[in-house]
Design a protein around this ligand. Structure first.
Ligand code: GLY
Length: 283
């Protein structure tokens, strides 16, 4: 069978509703348009994620959930198979954390966090943007109600009550370079300063000469398995994109929402143990 020239796979988060599939598809089409115009896989995964960060239905960029103290902190990262990588953690007040992560990638550093990340963004020309939405405010008031009443959902059996809908993309360009990206507002019941898998290379994302991986779900569970690198290693061992996704999901109890997207030179694939809107486009 003829190998595809370009591939883009996007997801709208483990546990997200199918109702956001329109934006997940628009994100993938945006990525494909970039590739058709001879942009890099890195450009494609950045622009795909920007589409979802700008859609207030996702927990990324505008629409990100609040921490329990009523602040919004966002994480984002991207990487390509030539090992260029950049990430931001707990950044505040920017419209597109993924664009700041791209600027970090172009700097001598890989990960900037907290006030340093926000200050870096301002110096790079990213003006203040409030990511607050009515939906996130409603969620904050529900969570603060839980906390006040002492009915905080417990880890491992009520993860589905957390907000997890991270967004992500993987792509292959016409040069055979792979790239991956991810962006999130984190989980909605979290302390300020909490960092999940998304900005950690090897956990939320990984790319190398055999393909690219982006994952979504409970950050703490993903970090323990160094999930993206572990799934990538299955590609190195010769497994297909679909087999690698399924293997990654099999590591988790079904009560822990988890989703994985993968691209290699043959195909793109996605798998999840819960609802996860995915779009796979190849040409
Ligand atoms: N996977 C997103 C997070 O846990 O922050």
């Amino acid at each position: 069978m003829k190998k595809p020239k370009w591939i883009v796979v996007t997801h709208g988060g483990a546990g997200s509703s199918k109702k956001v599939l329109d934006a997940v598809t628009l994100a993938a089409r945006t990525g494909m348009r970039m590739l058709r115009k001879k942009n890099s896989a890195l450009d494609a995964v950045e622009e795909a994620v920007v589409v979802m960060e700008d859609d207030p239905r996702f927990n990324a960029g505008t629409g990100s959930v609040f921490r329990i103290d009523g602040t919004i902190e966002m994480d984002a990262s991207l990487m390509d198979s030539e090992f260029h990588c950049g990430a931001v953690a707990t950044i505040k007040g920017v419209r597109n954390p993924i664009r700041v992560a791209r600027k970090v990638l172009e700097s001598p550093h890989i990960l900037l966090a907290g006030s340093g990340a926000t200050e870096f963004a301002r110096r790079m020309g990213f003006t203040y943007h409030s990511p607050v939405t009515r939906r996130a405010l409603r969620r904050l008031s529900r969570v603060q109600g839980w906390l006040r009443s002492g009915r905080l959902p417990k880890y491992a059996h009520k993860w589905k009550s957390y907000s997890l809908d991270t967004v992500g993309a993987v792509a292959m360009d016409s040069r055979g370079i792979f790239a991956t990206s991810s962006s999130t507002g984190g989980t909605s019941i979290a302390l300020p300063g909490r960092v999940g898998d998304t900005p950690l290379i090897g956990c939320g994302i990984y790319a190398g000469p055999c393909g690219a991986v982006s994952v979504t779900g409970v950050g703490e569970a993903i970090i323990r398995q160094v999930l993206s690198k572990s799934v990538y290693d299955k590609l190195v061992a010769g497994r297909s994109a679909s087999e690698a996704c399924k293997w990654g999901i099999s590591l988790y109890d079904p009560s822990i929402p988890m989703g994985i997207i993968v691209v290699n030179a043959d195909s793109g694939a996605g798998a999840s143990n819960t609802g996860m809107p995915v779009c796979i486009l190849a040409r």
